[in-house]
Design a binder for this molecule. Structure first.
Ligand code: GDP
Length: 140
């Protein structure tokens, strides 16, 4: 299996409740290494660009409003099959459907305020990592 990198966000509902450390503990216990991390407040334009693939969805405006409602923690995670592994650790989009012990089952407030983002493919991971981090900021 190959060492891989993925992109992750701890969303505003989780930073508001001071859960950054608890989310990171689940990521690390799940075998992923946090090789870059920064806490930032997204602008509306940045959130719209990041979620551009969802711009036709009915929840797009609400999602952008939520993602700019407070600080996020943007991360690069590294590990074996990191993209798929992080999706497992996060759990299903809707916390009602997420497995026990996942980030979303444990912490999410709703399908929107679901505490974590994780890239859905290696290709998107590369795009999302480049959107938030320079090569110098990633230390494996
Ligand atoms: P993910 O890959 O599991 O994050 O899911 P998606 O790519 O389908 O959706 C992106 C994000 O949009 C989710 O993580 C949620 O924050 C939000 N979202 C997804 N579906 C809904 C929905 O039906 N309503 C609302 N309000 N937000 C949603």
């Amino acid at each position: 299996m190959a060492l891989e990198r993925t992109f992750s966000i701890i969303k505003p509902d989780a930073t508001r409740r001071n859960l950054t450390g608890k989310v990171n503990a689940l990521l690390e216990a799940g075998g992923l290494r946090i090789v870059a991390q920064k806490r930032i407040l997204l602008s509306r334009a940045q959130a719209e660009t990041f979620y551009g693939v969802h711009k036709e969805r009915p929840f797009f405006n609400d999602l952008v409003k939520f993602m700019t409602s407070g600080p996020i923690v943007a991360q690069v995670l590294e590990g074996e099959n990191a993209v798929a592994r992080n999706r497992e650790i996060m759990g299903a989009t809707n916390p009602a459907n997420a497995a026990e012990g996942t980030i979303r089952k444990t912490f999410a407030e709703s399908i929107e305020a679901n505490s974590a983002h994780g890239s859905d493919s290696a290709e998107n991971a590369a795009i999302e990592i480049a959107f938030f981090f320079s090569g110098l900021e990633i230390v494996g």
